[in-house]
Design a protein around this ligand. Structure first.
Ligand SMILES: Cc1ncc(C[n+]2csc(CCOP(=O)(O)OP(=O)(O)O)c2C)c(N)n1
Ligand code: SF4
Length: 293
């Protein structure tokens, strides 16, 4: 009898073509591990689509669909409607999309699905740029990060995806990170049960695009939280729980010094970035605390 090794289990097979230390590979494996095989997955063009393959060569062991960057949420709504017409209300319709596919190109389609209250589980893995096509900046790229379209460092702030989602009054919105798998998987399970759309915004370091050491992916993910560059929280039916418990923020430089995309920062930019992160952290925490009362 063929022995199935533990590492060969799970809904994503081994041997994918992601780069070494890819945060998104960790995230997709762990998201899928938190589900069962009663899932239809939609992956738009991007790194996840490329390494997940297609037809007989796919490594995703559930039915999948790849549409366009613009319309993943709309396609998911269509699949949900078709399932409903067949009397199926149990299958999870999972969108697994990059930040470019979410905060830029697919945003109108996502907003429509939120407005209709369609029951879809939408995961945005955030590697903070359009990685698959050559590291172009997205509206999730952070201030001063260098990409191929922002070679001198991005001049403007990133969009706040979770606040955009919350403004649609959907039942479940949460952030999670590649370094905290227990928290991530707990949120995937809750999101799946939401009575309507659920958004999970997951921080996923990209050693290739961030010019970081692949061995430091988890350390960078943890530092993002410890420096206040990323905040983990959960919004359930109007109530917020803050999961990031940082007693005292570490200096942002501990995070940026591990990444080539921040290498050219001037001393003035380092000060400005620290101020921006601190003030954004304080303002976001205040907002979240207000929503948790
Ligand atoms: C409308 C449209 N514009 C551009 C492209 C080319 N394209 C394919 S994948 C991709 C990058 C997607 O970036 P993101 O969603 O952030 O995912 P990542 O590559 O970072 O995983 C782009 C721009 C496309 N497929 N459709
Ligand atoms: S470019 Fe980045 S996100 Fe894409 S596979 Fe490589 S490490 Fe992962």
């Amino acid at each position: 009898m063929l022995e199935i090794k533990d590492e060969a289990r799970g809904l994503i097979s081994h041997g994918v073509s992601a780069c070494h230390g890819c945060g998104l590979e960790i995230v997709i494996r762990k998201v899928m591990d938190a589900l069962d095989d009663d899932v239809i997955i939609l992956i738009p063009p991007g790194c996840a689509a490329l390494f997940s393959g297609y037809c007989k060569e796919t490594n995703v062991k559930v039915p999948g669909y790849q549409g366009n960057l613009e319309n993943t949420a709309a396609s998911a709504s269509g699949i949900r409607a078709a399932l409903k017409a067949k009397g199926n209300d149990h299958t999870t319709v999972l969108c697994f999309c990059g930040d470019g596919a979410t905060v830029d190109i697919g945003l109108q389609s996502l907003s429509g699905a939120f407005e209709r209250n369609d029951k879809i589980l939408y995961v945005c893995y955030d590697n903070e740029a359009y990685m698959n096509t050559g590291i172009q900046g997205s509206s999730s790229t952070p201030l001063f990060a260098a990409t191929t379209t922002t070679p001198g460092g991005k001049k403007v702030r990133r969009k706040d995806l979770t606040q955009i989602a919350i403004a649609h009054n959907i039942p479940y919105v949460a952030t999670a990170s590649a370094h905290n798998i227990a928290d991530l998987q707990k949120k995937v399970k809750k999101a799946r049960e939401a009575d309507g759309p659920a958004l999970l915004h997951i921080y996923a370091p990209c050693p290739t695009g961030w010019r970081s050491n692949p061995a430091k992916t988890i350390e960078i993910s943890r530092l993002a939280e410890q420096t206040g560059c990323w905040i983990n929280f959960e919004y359930e039916d109007g109530k917020v729980t803050i999961n990031s418990k940082v007693k005292e923020l570490k200096p942002v430089e501990e995070y940026t010094k591990l990444q080539g995309r921040f290498k050219a920062l001037t001393p003035e930019q380092k000060v400005a970035l620290q101020e921006e992160v601190t003030s954004n952290y304080n303002a976001t925490m205040k907002k979240l605390q207000f929503m948790s009362e």
